[in-house]
Design a protein around this ligand. Structure first.
Ligand code: PEP
Length: 251
């Protein structure tokens, strides 16, 4: 049985104070008791410390949106895994399509980051997904297979600790959601690729989130698909009531 995981990717939104207020709102909605699914919020770096404090006493986890693959050193402007750990961060989103598109992140870079995150004891949420042009050219299978295989190469037994997020680029922030059937088809493909790079049992245990315009209205149906184990939420994660409604949709 895979425990579903719903994570909010705040992207470059919310000051520290705004983030703390959003967390207070989410706690009010969900309560501080045991949560039925894993819930994570991922503020920008500048909001992590305030978010950690705002989360004290709650079961909601804390994630970052990126990190560098190197250990501490001369890498101006970068943030390493050790710094995230020191702020009580437990998860890190890696290889988001915005990082791949605007900041040139390749599968090889995502792979190095994933290895470093795992070595530091962070849970990587590794994003993959095809663009609209790739989907229309019938390249979804090839693109997603390559991203999964290369971003997650050489992890050994640690592969079991990774969360994969399937985020079709054409659905991110566009209001266009993959249909449950479209998403399920790619999630099943990802699980097959995971089985090829590890084994059937490991692949069966790995959580695969869907991301791309998930909202309260479509969350339940998407997360009811057999291979969809939660959501990575952008826009709708910026409002406490919408985010909490999506979490409830995972039940
Ligand atoms: C995301 O950026 O990870 C995402 C899924 O965004 P949105 O929900 O806004 O499409």
């Amino acid at each position: 049985m895979r425990t579903k995981i719903v994570a909010g990717n705040w992207k470059m939104n919310k000051t520290s104070a705004e983030g703390a207020a959003l967390i207070a709102g989410i706690r009010k909605e969900l309560g501080d008791g045991k949560l039925p699914v894993e819930v994570v919020v991922c503020p920008p770096f500048t909001g992590l410390d305030a978010a950690a404090k705002a989360l004290a006493g709650s079961k909601i986890g804390l994630g970052a949106q990126n990190m560098h693959f190197e250990a501490p050193g001369a890498f101006t402007g970068e943030v390493c895994a050790e710094m995230l750990k020191a702020l009580c961060v437990q998860y890190v989103i890696l290889g988001h399509s915005e990082r791949r598109t605007f900041f040139g992140e390749t599968d090889a870079i995502v792979n190095r980051k994933t290895k470093m995150a795992l070595a530091a004891g962070l849970t990587p949420i590794v994003c993959v997904g095809e663009t609209l042009a790739e989907r229309e050219a019938n390249k979804t299978e090839k693109v997603v297979t390559t991203q999964v295989r290369d971003s997650l190469a050489g992890l050994g037994a640690d592969l079991a600790k990774v969360v994969v997020a399937y985020e079709p680029v054409w659905a991110i922030g566009t209001g266009k959601t993959a249909s449950p059937a479209q998403a399920q088809e790619v999630h099943a493909l990802i699980r097959r690729v995971l089985a090829v790079i590890s084994d059937g049992q490991t692949a069966t245990g790995i959580r695969i989130q869907y991301g791309g315009s998930m909202k309260p209205e479509n969350a339940k149906e998407l997360m009811s698909q057999p291979d969809i184990d939660g959501g990575l939420i952008g826009g709708a994660a910026l409002k406490a009531d919408a985010f909490a409604a999506i979490v409830r949709g995972a039940l």
